[in-house]
Design a protein around this ligand. Structure first.
Ligand SMILES: Cc1cc2nc3c(=O)[nH]c(=O)nc-3n(C[C@H](O)[C@H](O)[C@H](O)COP(=O)(O)O)c2cc1C
Length: 223
């Protein structure tokens, strides 16, 4: 698979098959993705891959509490700034509408939306979870380095025929995960990522998230 195809075929997969992913494949992806660039080559990422019995235990632990407390331990960082401005707010709402529309959950079905949100905590049934953390002393440039690492993981996953979903939702379980993964206190969890084989029949995997046209976000001079 070439890079263009990997980029074009990546999407946030929210329904996975149970088909396991061998440890060797996960190791390969996690290791190769470290070719991602980082400012000053400081490589600020820490990655924790979880599968099998430990993942079942984590799911059970979180699911038991998520019924009552959908936002678990509370977010450790603001996923969006308060009062998210335009055009970001509209874009965010639009993708939410598409997602819930794809599974037949209308806007006013709050419980239906919560039910879908909780599926984050099952990693959408993916057989592998990656959790990515960095040192708390690091700032926005290093958080952006993590983004580069994560995108490289997602593209490498495509080269193995696998799909992914990055998940900030896991910040809501930062205390639970901190204990589960034995994160040192100086590490902050950025996000989780579901990894596995996409369920091609699932309606939630069958729509495309929109993108702003080129003219809205790029300028070109001197060509
Ligand atoms: C860092 C990051 C965190 C995300 N967190 C979640 C999440 O918690 N749950 C979820 O369903 N999607 C999550 N997404 C997926 C975005 O909603 C998705 O990337 C966006 O709508 C564009 O769609 P696409 O990935 O299918 O192209 C996240 C994406 C990124 C990059």
């Amino acid at each position: 698979m070439d890079v263009q195809e990997a980029v074009a075929s990546r999407y946030s997969c929210r329904a996975f098959l149970e088909t396991p992913v061998p440890e060797s494949v996960v190791r390969d992806i996690v290791e190769r993705a470290a070719r991602a660039p980082s400012g000053g080559n400081i490589q600020p990422w820490f990655v924790h891959a979880v599968s099998g019995e430990p993942l079942a235990r984590l799911r059970a632990q979180v699911a038991a509490r998520a019924e009552e407390h959908i936002f678990g331990d509370g977010a450790e960082y603001a996923i969006y700034p308060p009062g998210l401005k335009e055009p970001y707010s509209t874009r965010r709402r639009a993708v939410g509408e598409l997602l819930y529309w794809s599974i037949g959950v209308p806007r006013d079905d709050k419980e239906g939306r919560r039910r879908q949100y909780r599926r984050n905590y099952l990693l959408f049934d993916a057989p592998v979870a990656l959790f990515v953390a960095l040192d708390r002393s690091l700032g926005p440039p290093q958080w952006s380095d993590l983004g580069m690492y994560l995108q490289t993981v997602m593209l490498l996953a495509r080269s193995h025929g696998l799909h992914t979903c990055p998940q900030e939702a896991w910040t809501f379980w930062h205390k639970t995960l901190g204990a589960f993964l034995e994160l040192p206190p100086e590490h902050i969890l950025f996000c989780g990522m579901a990894l596995g084989h996409a369920d091609p029949q699932a309606a939630i995997n069958g729509w495309d998230s929109p993108r702003a046209p080129l003219g809205e976000f790029a300028t070109f001079r001197g060509f």
